[in-house]
Design a protein around this ligand. Structure first.
Ligand SMILES: *Cc1c(COP(=O)(O)O)cnc(C)c1O
Length: 362
């Protein structure tokens, strides 16, 4: 009765809600640093735009996201017909997998990276080739290239990478794209691009011209603080966009999400302030970790990966002390919070890491 592909998959397991955890641990306050949400919220213009809207609850939304499409097209210098909008990047990852992957196909991704790539390849019955990140937490592009064969349809590149926060340069990505066969789709997930300050970060829209097989992903969930509205988009050649569009449900973006994203875009000053504060906190945290000799990956995103061989234990201690963070196999991922909260968290981490050796065994 069930599909074989789904046998090894588990539904997303939501833990207890932050409010339940707060009560269970008897905390006055719980700081949520586990999902890379924007700790500064969203632009006040978003609230205004929504409250002023006529709502029109009985009508299906604009299936082309016209206002948003036209605005973004001008800002990015990418033609309107090279956009595809989704209910968050999560949906776009589903649509790309649906459009390009089937049983007998394979895809290549880094490890660790964003889990959803794996999940949807599995659902489509395609094989996954997980290529471990290198010692510096970056995609091993050479090994990823070597993993491509005639069955490979898609390669996922997450830049900056979630959870390591590390990045690939323009040169590295351009060289990689030159070597990937033209009939393999390269998906470049730039969910965190707005937080990046490195000068040599890829200018991905520029690379699209020479590489029609490149798909660039962006979202309003992180730097614009609209995770609740679920809106993201893909940029690519018309040929690829039209192909993904075949599997897109026509009314996938609710009216209010389109309005929220449009309003957020008009308030660049709010986003720029979030990005500036994030950079200040990032520098503060990195300096602290350097000083305490706690190993971590240098980050370009709004989170940081700290290495430890006891991630679960560290996460539990943080929870008891009012901070929700995310344990991985070789370390913890911490969303960069507000300065005051991070000052408290760093003091706690300093204590935790001085108790026992922190270097992971692998
Ligand atoms: C958060 C995140 C997404 C998902 O973004 P939504 O638009 O909220 O679905 C996609 N990719 C990466 C790497 C992310 O961290």
């Amino acid at each position: 009765m069930f599909k074989k592909n789904l046998a090894d998959l588990k539904a997303y397991q939501p833990g207890p809600s932050p409010e339940e955890i707060r009560k269970a641990y008897g905390l006055r306050r719980l700081v949520k640093l586990d999902s890379n949400e924007n700790v500064y919220g969203a632009s006040p213009e978003v609230r205004k735009a929504i409250l002023n809207d006529t709502l029109l609850p009985e009508l299906y939304p604009d299936c082309r996201d016209s206002a948003l499409r036209s605005d973004l097209s001008q800002r990015l210098g990418v033609p309107e017909d090279q956009f595809l909008f989704g209910l968050g990047l999560d949906e776009i990852i589903v649509l790309i997998s649906r459009a390009f992957l089937a049983s007998g196909d394979s895809m290549v991704m880094a490890w660790p990276t964003f889990y959803e790539y794996y999940c949807h390849a599995q659902i489509e019955g395609a094989a996954t080739r997980k290529i471990p990140v290198d010692a510096s937490g970056r995609h091993d592009l050479k090994a990823m290239l070597a993993a491509i064969d005639e069955t490979t349809r898609v390669v996922w590149v997450c830049n900056p990478n979630n959870p390591t926060g590390t990045y690939l340069t323009h040169r590295e990505l351009a060289d990689f794209l030159d070597q990937v066969p033209n009939d393999v789709v390269v998906v470049l997930d730039e969910a965190y691009i707005d937080f990046v300050t490195a000068d040599d970060f890829p200018r991905s829209t520029e690379l699209m011209a020479a590489h029609p097989n490149l798909v660039v992903l962006r979202t309003f969930s992180k730097s614009y603080g609209l995770a609740s509205f679920r809106i993201g988009y893909a940029l690519s050649s018309r040929r690829i966009i039209d192909e993904i569009d075949k599997v897109r449900p026509p009314f996938n973006n609710p009216r209010l999400s389109q309005i929220a994203a449009f309003a957020a875009l008009q308030d660049q000053a709010f986003k720029d302030t979030c990005v500036r504060k994030n950079r200040e906190v990032r520098d503060m945290v990195s300096e602290f970790l350097d000083e305490k000799k706690i190993p971590y990956y240098p980050t370009q995103a709004n989170f940081i990966f700290i290495k430890t061989d006891r991630p679960e234990e560290v996460a539990e201690t943080c929870k008891k002390n009012g901070f929700l963070i995310n344990p991985f196999e070789t370390g913890i991922r911490v969303t960069l919070g507000k300065k005051d909260d991070m000052t408290v968290l760093l003091r706690l981490l300093g204590r935790i890491f001085s108790e026992a050796p922190a270097e992971p065994s692998i």
